[in-house]
Design a protein around this ligand. Structure first.
Ligand code: PHE
Length: 342
């Protein structure tokens, strides 16, 4: 027994007790209730010779006290020097996922920037529009097919006298031309000269396809002053096309018709990427022309003195060309796999 006590008192000094796990293993080894080494020796004390028992008991007590002391010391030390923080400072930081601006928003903002640099300010109008601004003042005859149910979303609304008034979701941003030109007060002057763009949503009751959706965005442009010519219009639109698509963009003016411009044209951009549905073809991005005297008549502009141009471009078409997006509907699905790429 004396040998065992000697061996244990040597052994218990060899333990390092730095971690909670080490301290627990030490406690179990020496003081554990079931089979701790010191506990066991206490149990076998009753088998020892009666004459040796007091001395052995004293030594065992001292041994147990020393074991308890070691644990107490180690606990105290651990409290003063807490464990090294459980983090690895060399790990790269966690980057929170950041949102990005929608490709349409980016395109819209770029378009606005380009025209702002050329001196255009921003005009606005309502998306729910009346027949006068959307059609009549723009020279659409009453039986014009664009008024047909196929293209226009009608909003039923009773006028003050209870009669149905024609209220529509605007089919283009051109009604903002009318709103921008009309005098602000009754009997006032038409607001010319003027140079504005009008970005916004428009709605059409069309069959859906890769290039048509029931709502889309346009940016209208209107410049009316003395001596404005078609050459000014071409210059501004060429500059715009180069600014948005790059200097080597291929641009085509094609004669066209709109009831509110004369002469009128449409502008196409060459889509070189043959893998896209509109690839290897000219893609129309805008309509334009010289403001028709009919519009001046409805807005009170002196058409002998003033002339001007207008244009209206499709923002989705431009975004699709820029980013190689093949289906307009993708711009409205909010699929993060697409949006995260911008
Ligand atoms: N509003 C016409 C459209 O939506 C485009 C246009 C605008 C044409 C201005 C000429 C002048 O198709």
């Amino acid at each position: 027994m004396t040998d065992q006590i000697d061996a244990l008192s040597g052994e218990l000094e060899t333990y390092t007790l730095a971690t909670p796990e080490e301290r627990e293993a030490f406690r179990v080894r020496f003081l554990g209730r079931k089979s701790g080494a010191i506990t066991d020796l206490f149990k076998s004390l009753r088998d020892a010779d009666a004459s040796e028992r007091p001395a052995l008991g004293q030594r065992l007590n001292a041994l147990r006290t020393r074991a308890e002391e070691r644990i107490a010391e180690a606990d105290q030390q651990a409290e003063q020097t807490p464990d090294a923080p459980d983090i690895d400072l060399t790990l790269p930081g966690r980057i929170p996922p950041l949102g990005s601006r929608h490709p349409l928003t980016q395109t819209l903002e770029d378009i606005q920037d380009i025209f702002a640099r050329m001196g255009f300010t921003i005009a606005e109008g309502p998306e729910i529009e009346d027949d006068f601004h959307n059609f009549t003042a723009l020279g659409f005859p009453a039986d014009h097919p664009a008024r047909d149910m196929q293209d226009t979303f009608f909003v039923a609304q009773k006028g003050v006298d209870g009669a149905e008034e024609d209220v529509v979701l605007r089919t283009h941003t051109s009604p903002v031309q009318v709103r921008a030109l009309l005098p602000q007060t009754e009997g006032g002057q038409a607001r010319v000269p003027i140079r504005v763009i009008a970005p916004g949503r428009v709605y059409r009751n069309e069959s859906l396809s890769y290039k048509s959706y029931c709502l889309f965005h346009q940016v209208e442009g209107l410049y009316v002053d003395e001596g404005v010519t078609f050459a000014d219009l071409k210059a501004v639109l060429y500059l715009f096309a180069q600014a948005i698509f790059g200097d080597d963009v291929q641009v085509r003016f094609r004669p066209s018709f709109f009831p509110f411009t004369e002469p009128s044209a449409e502008v196409d951009i060459w889509q070189a990427n043959e893998e896209l549905p509109g690839g290897g073809r000219w893609l129309e991005i805008l309509g334009c022309g010289m403001v028709d005297p009919e519009v001046y008549r409805h807005t009170g502009v002196d058409s002998e003195r003033y002339s001007g141009y207008a244009f209206g471009m499709g923002v989705e078409r431009i975004a699709m060309l820029r980013y190689g997006i093949s289906d307009i509907r993708e711009l409205y699905q909010n699929d993060v796999r697409l949006l995260a790429q911008f």
